[in-house]
Design a protein around this ligand. Structure first.
Ligand SMILES: [Fe+2]
Length: 380
C-alpha cells in the first residue's frame, strides 16, 4: 500500500480553503449549524457515549496494529477495522459536515489504555471519520496541547503550548478533534460558538460591517519553522455559496499581522468589526462552554464553529498536567441537498429586499489561490 494514509500540511490547508463563493449573504442563515449556546446548554444530544463493545473493538484494532509493528503514520484505515463503530463514525462525520458542526464522544478509557495506546486508538478512529493531516510543515500528526512553559505573550509562540487563554479562532483543517488525556486543576474550559449564528447576529446588529468579512484579512503566519516565506497571507474570513456560509476566523493572527512593517494597520472600521465579532461570539446567548473529562473527544468543524479556551492552572507534579491530543481531519464535501436545502437564507429575516446573494461578484481571492500551500500558520 503506497498511498499515504494522511494529508500533508499543505494539502490539508488547500483542501480546507477550497471554498466556493457566490457573493455576500445578506439574509440570516438557518439550519442546524446556526445553533445558539444558550439553547444547547444542558443538552446531552451532542454527547455520544462509546459503549463497551465499541471499546473492545478499538482495543482489538490497536492490538492488531501493535502485533504488526506498524508506526502510527503507517496505519491505513484498512489496518484498523472497526466493523461496528465505523457506522457511527460515518454519522459523526456527517454531523460535522452537514449538521450542527460539533459533538463530543465520551468514555474512551484513556487511563487504562495509557497515552500511547490512547493515541493509536484515536488515530485509528480518525481514519474512519475522515483523512487525518499534518499539523505543521514538519509533519506532526497528533498535536500535544499542553503547557510547555513558553511565554504566551511572545508573538511567535503558539498558544496551545502555554496555559494562557486562547481567543476565538479556527484551525486550518475541515475539522479538529481534541482527546482529553488529563484535565487541569483549574480552568481550561472549552468555549465554542456557531460562526453561522455569529454572522446572523452581526448582520442584525451591524449590516454595514458584514461585507468586510468577505475581503481578505492579513493572517500572521508566525513562522515557527523560520522558512523565510511570506510573513502574512491574505484570507477572507467568510465565503458563501449554495446556501452555506463557511468561516475562517482567527482573532490573534488577524490582529497581530500588523506587527510586520509591510502590512497595513487595521482601520478603525476593521477593529470595530473584529471586536464586535468576538463580543457576539463570547456572549452567553451564543457561546457554549464545556469542561472535558478524561476520555472525551471534542470534534469541531472549522467551517461553522469558532473555538476558544480559558486560561488554566496545572496540577503540580510530573505526569499530572492538562494534556490533550489534537487531530486534524479533512472531510468529504457537503452532501448534495435536494429539495429545500438546510442553511438557505431565511425569507423571514431582516435583509434588504434587493439583496441577492448570488448576484454579487466576489472581489477577493480565497487563500487557496492567493498563497503557497506551505505558508499558512500552523494554528493555535
Ligand atoms: Fe485551535
Amino acid at each position: 500500500m503506497s498511498e499515504s494514509p494522511y494529508h500533508s500540511f499543505g494539502e490539508q490547508a488547500l483542501h480546507y480553503f477550497r471554498r466556493d463563493h457566490e457573493g455576500p449573504c445578506r439574509l440570516p442563515i438557518e439550519g442546524p449549524a446556526a445553533w445558539r449556546g444558550a439553547e444547547l446548554f444542558d443538552d446531552a444530544r451532542f454527547v455520544e457515549r462509546i459503549g463497551p463493545e465499541e471499546i473492545a473493538e478499538l482495543e482489538r484494532a490497536v492490538a492488531a496494529v501493535r502485533g504488526r509493528g506498524l508506526a502510527l503514520a503507517q496505519v491505513h484505515r484498512e489496518d484498523f477495522p472497526l466493523p461496528t463503530l465505523c457506522r457511527r463514525a460515518a454519522r459523526w462525520s456527517s454531523e460535522l459536515v452537514d449538521g450542527r458542526g460539533f459533538l463530543v464522544l465520551r468514555g474512551l478509557p484513556v487511563e487504562r489504555w495509557g497515552d500511547d495506546d490512547s493515541a493509536l486508538a484515536y488515530w485509528g478512529l480518525g481514519l474512519h471519520l475522515g483523512t487525518p493531516g499534518a499539523q505543521n510543515p514538519a509533519g506532526d500528526l497528533l498535536g500535544h496541547v499542553r503547557d510547555m512553559g513558553e511565554e504566551a505573550s511572545h508573538p511567535n509562540v503558539r498558544r496551545y503550548r502555554t496555559a494562557g487563554e486562547i481567543a476565538y479562532h479556527c484551525d486550518l483543517a475541515d475539522a479538529v478533534g481534541l482527546l482529553c488525556l488529563r484535565t487541569a486543576r483549574a480552568g481550561g474550559r472549552s468555549r465554542i460558538a456557531s460562526s453561522v449564528s455569529v454572522y446572523n447576529e452581526l448582520l442584525a446588529r451591524r449590516p454595514d460591517l458584514v461585507d468586510r468579512l468577505y475581503e481578505p484579512f492579513q493572517l500572521d503566519v508566525r513562522d515557527e519553522q523560520g522558512t523565510g516565506g511570506p510573513r502574512t497571507i491574505p484570507v477572507p474570513p467568510c465565503r458563501y455559496a449554495g446556501g452555506r456560509l463557511r468561516t475562517f476566523y482567527h482573532s490573534d493572527y488577524f490582529r497581530s499581522a500588523e506587527r510586520h512593517p509591510d502590512v497595513a494597520r487595521l482601520t478603525s472600521h476593521e477593529r470595530e468589526l473584529l471586536d464586535l465579532y468576538e463580543e457576539i461570539a463570547r456572549s452567553p446567548e451564543l457561546a457554549l462552554e464545556m469542561d472535558f473529562l478524561p476520555g472525551d473527544v471534542q470534534l469541531l468543524s472549522n467551517h461553522v464553529v469558532v473555538h476558544a479556551r480559558t486560561a488554566y492552572e496545572d496540577d503540580p507534579g510530573p505526569g499530572r498536567e492538562r494534556h490533550l491530543l489534537r487531530l486534524w481531519l479533512s472531510l468529504p464535501p457537503p452532501a448534495a441537498r435536494p429539495g429545500t436545502p438546510i442553511g438557505e437564507p431565511s425569507t423571514r429575516g431582516a435583509g434588504s429586499p434587493e439583496a441577492d446573494p448570488g448576484s454579487v461578484v466576489p472581489r477577493s481571492a480565497d487563500a487557496a489561490s492567493a498563497s503557497s500551500p506551505t505558508t499558512p500558520p500552523a494554528g493555535s
